[in-house]
Design a binder for this molecule. Sequence first.
Ligand code: SAH
Ligand code: SF4
Ligand code: F3S
Length: 434
Amino acid sequence: MRAKVYIETYGCQMNVADTEVIFAILGKEGYERTEDMSEADVIMANTCSVRDNAEQRIRGRIEVFNQVRKGRPGVLVGILGCMAERLKEELLATGKVDVVAGPDAYRTLPALLAAAASGTPQINVELSRSETYADIDPVRLDKGGVSAFISIMRGCNNVCSYCVVPYTRGAERSRDAHSIVREACDVFHRGYREVTLLGQNVDSYHWEDISFARLLAMVADISPLLRVRFATSNPYDLTDEVLETMASRENICKHIHLPFQSGSDRILEKMRRRNTREGYLERVAKIRSLMPECGITTDVIAGFCSETEEDHQDTLSLMEEVGFDWAFMFQYSERPGTLAARKYPDDVPPEVKTRRLNEIIDLQNRRSLDRYRERIGKRLTVLVEGPSKRGGQLCGRSSDNKMCVFPDGGQKPGEYVDVLVDSCTSATLICTLC
Ligand code: SAH
Ligand code: SF4
Ligand code: F3S
C-alpha cells in the first residue's frame, strides 16, 4: 500500500506552485496524493508568514492535525514553506509536528519523512542560492486543466522594510529560461491554454542574457492559443520593454498586478520601496498609453509605522486617481526580524488601522464597480474555465483578468469564446454569447 499524502496550501500563488513541486517529488518516491485528510498517512501544510493572521490560522490547523495524529498513531504531520522557515525548531518544540521543511528543502522531504517515521522529528530549513526546482515536472492541482502556474524565479532581494518574504524565501535567483519554455510547451501540448509566470518580482528576472521581456516573448511565441500571464510586478523595475512586449502580442494578457503599498512618499521611503508616488503614476500612465484596456490591480497596506491621516489621504487619493480594477488590501502587521520591526514602532492604533482599511475598501469597491461598468457593451474574448457557481452558466476570464459569466453554449474548458458584456457587479461581468 502506498502512503497517502494530504497537503493544505496557504499564502501566495508561489506556494501553490511549490505544493505542485512537492507532490512531484513525493510521487517519485511512491507517495500518493489524497484530498481526504482522514485517509492520509502524512498531513502537511504549506504555510505563509506574511501577516500575523496567516500564521495564527496555521497554528489552529496544527492543533487539528495533532488531534488526527493522536487518534491514528503513525500519521506524520509536516509544516512546510514560509512559516517553517521563519519559526524553525520552535515548531518542532511544540511536540505536534514531525517534519519542518523550508521552501528550498523540498528535495529532502522523502528522506525527512522516512527518518521521522522512525520516531525522530526532522528539520531542514536551509536556504539555497541556486535551487529553482527547474528539472521537476509539477503535479498540476488545477482540476480544470486550463491554467498552469510556472515558477520562474525564487526568493527576493528587495528587503522592503515591512516584509518577511526575503527572510523566508532567501536570495533571489532566476530559473533556466529553457526549462521554463519547455514546461510551458509541455502544458500547452497537454491541453492547457494559459500559463502564469510567477515570481515575487518578475521584472528582475534575468538568466544569462535573457531578461523578463525576452522570456515573456519566448513563452508567448509557443502558440497564439496560449495565454500568458505573470505576477508580481514591482513599479521600480517594470520596464518599457516589458510593456512593449505585452502590447506587441495579443496572447500576453493585458493585466498587470502592480502593488503600490502607500500613496505617501514619506511612507514609501520608510517602507524602502524604491519608487515614489510620481514614479508609480508615471508607470500607470505608460501602461495606459501603450495598452488602454489593460487591467491594473494592486496591493495596499493601511497603518504602516508612523502613518498620519495625511499619509492615509495620499493613499486614498492615489487609488482615486488610478482607479484600480481590483486590490488586495491589508492592515500593517509587524513581522519579527524585519527592518521595520527593528527600527520603527508599530504605532498606529489597531482601531485606526481598521478604520483606514475600511475607508480604503469602500473606495476600492466603488472604483472596481466603475471599472467593471466601463466594460458594459463591449465584446471580450474569454478563455472558458468551467461551470460557474450560477447554474446553467459557464465562467472564464477576459484578457484583463475579469471574471466573466455567460450562458452555457456547450463550450469546453480551454476553448475561447466571444462574449458581449450586459451588466456587472464589482467582481463579475455578466455576458451573453456573441
Ligand atoms: N512581491 C510582491 C508582494 C509579496 S507579499 C511585491 O513586492 O509586490 C504580498 C503583499 O502582502 C504585499 O504586496 C503587501 O501589500 C502585503 N504585505 C507584505 N508584508 C506585509 C505586512 N507586514 N503587513 C501587511 N501586509 C503585508
Ligand atoms: Fe516583500 Fe518587497 Fe520582496 Fe515584495 S518586493 S516580496 S514586498 S521584500
Ligand atoms: Fe506568504 Fe511566503 Fe508567499 S510569506 S505570501 S507564502 S512567499
